[in-house]
Design a protein around this ligand. Structure first.
Ligand code: PNS
Length: 167
């Protein structure tokens, strides 16, 4: 039987750190499904639409075999069970990630004991990168070329081109 992991997240947008976790995950699992959470409550805080995020993920992952891009709403464990996944994959960067991730993993375990959460330590280069900090830098004209796939860099530039900087 093939082992399948769900790698869930907002991916707003995908970063090199996410791709690093996907590649590490593929050393443990036969397939990694990257699943974007559709979260109506967070819609106003999102920079990219779900369609844009799917497109950026697909482009960035086109040379990585045994992966799939999907989206879900509702409970992650229900989606994972529906996709017959054995595990939920999450990346850990600095210690600051730990508390939230621990809480999420324990809640998911209470909700479905069959699905294990697997944490992988992100590559050292990406320890301090996140979609949020990258968006903030890009918004004010910072160069984030080395932190995101090329297509994402272009989309960020496009997104912020006509936006006024300041208050
Ligand atoms: O990249 P993020 O935003 O940190 O990802 C968070 C995510 C999508 C993994 C988490 O919010 C999630 O799984 N949401 C779906 C609802 C759910 O199952 N929540 C956990 C138990 S209440």
């Amino acid at each position: 039987m093939k082992s399948v992991a769900i790698y869930p997240g907002s991916f707003d947008p995908v970063t090199n750190g996410h791709l690093d976790i996907i590649e590490r995950g593929l050393r443990l699992f036969d397939k990694v499904i990257v699943a974007i959470l559709i979260n109506p409550a967070k819609k106003s805080q999102e920079l990219f639409s779900v369609e844009e995020r799917i497109e950026m993920l697909k482009n960035s992952m086109k040379n990585i075999e045994n992966t799939e891009v999907d989206y879900f709403n509702g409970l992650l464990v229900d989606y994972a069970a529906k996709r017959k996944a054995n595990a939920i994959l999450r990346g850990l960067r600095a210690v600051s990630d730990f508390e939230y991730e621990f809480q999420l993993a324990l809640m998911n375990r209470r909700l479905n004991r069959e699905i294990q959460t697997v944490f992988l330590m992100t590559g050292f280069r990406w320890i301090f990168t996140s979609s949020s900090i990258i968006k903030e830098a890009a918004r004010f004209g910072g160069d984030v070329t080395s932190m995101v796939p090329e297509g994402v860099n272009l989309k960020l530039k496009e997104k912020f081109k006509n936006r006024q900087v300041g208050f």
